[in-house]
Design a protein around this ligand. Structure first.
Ligand code: ZN
Length: 479
């Protein structure tokens, strides 16, 4: 169960849900697993029968009605075409928990499995932040996770799964899966695969993938802020009929993760910046840097905590961009006031939980309207991005963008699409965990990670885990 208060409702999922052929129409050419399935299957002239696609973000525990709405529809969909079906490709996330199910995605695969029988190949793709255990590989005969965080390889993950499916159906391979859990829980900020320690695991994974008989290898870093029995990392190997090899790979990666557990959980890192010293350091560094300094406010998953904005204003920071603050009321006020008007807004802090409280700001509206565009960043390429009513206001030295959808800064579209050059800012604040790196490692002069309070801090000792078994580092009461 997520530590986040409240529930994610069916309406939250339905907002962007797609059914039938719409699933394929919207996914074509995008960086998504379904986009990847399509790329492979359409090139091979294989018919895809889409059923549905829905997601609800990474915040509160999901309502049971969400499972009850979608999973029976999927099961029925597969049942209807069972006799013409050669195999099933499922694009799942892997860290969902509902009110009464700690691993609803494995439950869904089991329900589908029961409907289609144990002969049917089922290939599952997962986000790199999935919490999974052996129960999944009893049902799924192939599991493929992203290799990258930033998740720039979602389509490629779909490609890997679909290619394996086709080879299986042609009798060229017989996939065997092994999974190991080292008992390590990784705060997402340490799952960036472009830097050590996460990069070391991915490097080892890639070494294994070059060996004979290996079809695919996955490192799942897990999602830390959830109190579930299968919390934490999972190492997965898919080989061509060689169980011993699959076990050996999963164990090797699991041992490596355990060895690096202090780095992966932030225990051995130099302390991350606090809010006050992080902001003053950013201001100091920005004075003589050619490119913007990027502040990573990684603990804010609601994209509306106010700790950072408050401190930037208090210290008089200049030429700062704070994009994508979630506040539908403030956004509508900007739209009503119009460009050039001066507005006074109470912004942010919608969750009432570890969010810093509302902050009153005043400034001139630089832009306002419906924020809709087609994504151009490596993760959002060709996707319809709809931020709803939005406004940009100048609050002292801060360029502040308020929007009506909860999303974090993963590319430079939130500036570029509104006519602002991201390189023109001295400081840019991102509340992404790792995804922003795909653009900002290059765009920024330096990334300062600030561990503000927020809902998803690096220090997991703020949370009381009750469903996690003994020996899971560093969260179990019994180590
Ligand atoms: Zn992820």
């Amino acid at each position: 169960m997520s530590f986040w208060p409240g529930v994610t409702s069916l309406a939250d999922f339905e907002r962007n849900a797609k059914y039938g052929t719409d699933v394929l129409d919207k996914a074509r050419g995008t960086n998504s697993c379904i986009g990847g399935f399509m790329e492979v299957c359409e090139a091979e002239d294989i018919e895809l029968v889409p059923i549905l696609n829905a997601s609800g973000g990474a915040t509160a525990t999901v309502a049971d009605e969400v499972y009850d709405h979608y999973v029976p529809r999927m099961v029925e969909g597969f049942k209807e075409i069972k006799n013409d079906l050669d195999g099933i490709l499922l694009a799942l996330h892997g860290a969902m928990a509902t009110e009464s199910r700690t691993d609803p995605e494995t439950d869904a695969v089991r329900d589908i499995r029961e409907a289609v029988g144990y002969e049917m190949p089922i290939r599952v793709t997962l986000d790199l932040h999935g919490n999974k255990d052996e129960a999944l590989i009893k049902e799924a005969t192939g599991v493929f996770g992203y290799h990258s965080s930033p998740h720039v390889d979602q389509a490629n993950t779909g490609v890997r799964a679909a290619k394996c499916m086709i080879k299986t159906l042609r009798g060229e391979v017989k996939p065997i899966v092994a999974l190991r859990k080292p008992g390590v829980v990784v705060p997402s900020v340490f799952s960036a695969t472009t830097v050590s320690p996460a990069k070391d695991l991915i490097d080892r994974l890639k070494e294994w993938e070059t060996k004979d008989g290996v079809i695919d290898v996955t490192v799942l870093f897990g999602f830390a802020w959830s109190d579930v029995h299968n919390l934490g990392m999972s190492l997965i190997a898919v080989t061509d009929g060689d169980q011993a090899l699959a076990e050996r790979i999963a164990k090797d990666l699991s041992d490596l993760a355990w060895m690096k557990r202090d780095d992966l959980t932030g225990r051995e890192k130099a302390a991350l910046y606090g809010v006050q010293n992080g902001v003053s350091e950013a201001i100091r560094k920005a004075r003589d840097s050619a490119k913007p300094i990027v502040i990573l406010d990684h603990a804010d998953r609601s994209n509306d905590t106010t700790f950072m904005l408050r401190e930037l204003l208090r210290q008089g920071a200049q030429n700062v961009a704070v994009p994508l603050i979630y506040d539908p009321d403030a956004a509508v006020k900007c739209v009503d006031a119009g460009k050039g008007a001066t507005v006074r807004l109470d912004v942010g802090a919608s969750t009432g939980w570890r969010d810093g409280g509302k902050l009153t700001v005043e400034g001139e509206v630089l832009w306002s309207g419906e924020a809709k565009y087609t994504g151009t960043g490596p993760m959002s390429i060709n996707r319809e991005v709809n931020l709803g009513p939005a406004g940009i206001i100048q609050v002292d030295g801060v360029w502040l963008q308020v929007v009506s959808r909860q999303t974090s800064l993963i590319d430079d579209d939130p500036m570029k699409q509104f006519g602002y050059n991201p390189y023109g800012f001295d400081i840019i604040v991102s509340k992404s965990k790792t995804h922003f790196r795909a653009v900002y490692e290059e765009l920024g002069e330096e990334i300062l990670i600030i561990d503000a309070p927020g809902q998803c801090p690096a220090d997991l000792s703020h949370f009381e885990y009750k469903h996690v078994p003994d020996g899971v580092y560093p969260v179990s009461r019994k180590q």
